[in-house]
Design a protein around this ligand. Structure first.
Ligand SMILES: NC(=O)c1ccc[n+]([C@@H]2O[C@H](COP(=O)([O-])OP(=O)(O)OC[C@H]3O[C@@H](n4cnc5c(N)ncnc54)[C@H](O)[C@@H]3O)[C@@H](O)[C@H]2O)c1
Length: 244
């Protein structure tokens, strides 16, 4: 019997944090991972560590997205998995959100998902197979304050999963969301959200900080061939924080 072909995944924003952990988990499952990030140096370091391919990519740049998707098809011949992970994670009170900041968050967190998903589903559609996972956030469930623009994009990413599943299903493509709770990524540890652990950890079922490695297996499962009967769903991965 012919050896099974290696699946190919694109993970966005994978130079650090949850994206890097997802790239590592997929690589451990035998997937060839295209590690993309606006931070080219970080993407290269992760790709070298996991035997993947690095591509510099700003997901909000339409030309760059089109170029990277076409390069991946030329170089690797297929795209089986897309993980929409790249996002800006601001902490800004409503009265301080300028229209410029609102637009910037929409452009990375939401337009970015549209651009790469639109390009990749064309490739997956031709193959009649695909797995797409959007990294949303449990802030959409919790109604977390001081990041209304961010929460709006995370709700929209869940809306896209629900709205698109039927159309993509006709082509053998699943699309789901994973909604993590607060996670000790580089972005969180080096930013204002770090104070959120004091408030959130006591509400979790487990008394410790969540790690990127706590989220990655859920993503890898939804990206696996075994998850073919699951689509249009959101899996909350937050140690039970928003269970009530
Ligand atoms: N860490 C958390 O507490 C938490 C909780 C829920 C959801 N999430 C979601 O998980 C995902 C990853 O979060 P994280 O905490 O690991 O973030 P992080 O800030 O540690 O990493 C984000 C990565 O995205 C990259 N990036 C930023 N703008 C980009 C752009 N325009 N194009 C491409 N890459 C870009 C950054 O360079 C960085 O490598 C995000 O979607 C975030 O909303 C995080």
């Amino acid at each position: 019997m012919a050896e099974k072909e290696q699946r190919v995944a694109i993970v966005t924003g994978a130079a650090q944090g949850i994206g890097a952990a997802i790239a590592e988990e997929l690589a451990a499952d035998g997937v060839k991972v295209v590690v993309t990030d606006i931070n080219a140096t970080g993407a290269t370091a992760v790709a070298e560590r996991i035997g993947g391919v690095a591509k510099a990519l700003d997901v909000s740049d339409p030309d760059a997205v089109a170029a990277v998707v076409s390069e991946v098809v030329d170089e690797l011949g297929r795209i089986d998995i897309l993980v929409n992970n790249a996002a800006l994670v601001p902490l800004t009170a409503w009265e301080d959100i300028t229209f410029a900041e609102w637009r910037r968050v929409m452009s990375v967190n939401l337009d970015g998902i549209y651009l790469i998903t639109h390009a990749v589903t064309e490739v997956m559609g031709r193959a009649g197979y695909g797995r797409i996972v959007n990294i949303a956030s449990n802030t959409f469930v919790a109604g977390t304050p001081n990041c209304a623009h961010y929460v709006a994009t995370k709700g929209a990413s869940i809306g896209l999963v629900r709205g698109l599943a039927g159309e993509l299903g006709k082509n053998g493509i699943t699309i789901n969301a994973v909604a993590p709770g607060i996670i000790a990524s580089e972005g969180v540890l080096n930013g204002p959200h770090v104070n959120g652990f004091d408030y959130v950890v006591p509400m979790q079922a487990f008394d410790r900080r969540g790690l990127p490695q706590d989220v990655a297996p859920a993503v890898a499962f939804l990206a696996s061939e075994k998850a073919g009967w699951i689509t249009g769903q959101t899996l909350v991965v937050d140690a039970g924080h928003t269970r009530n």
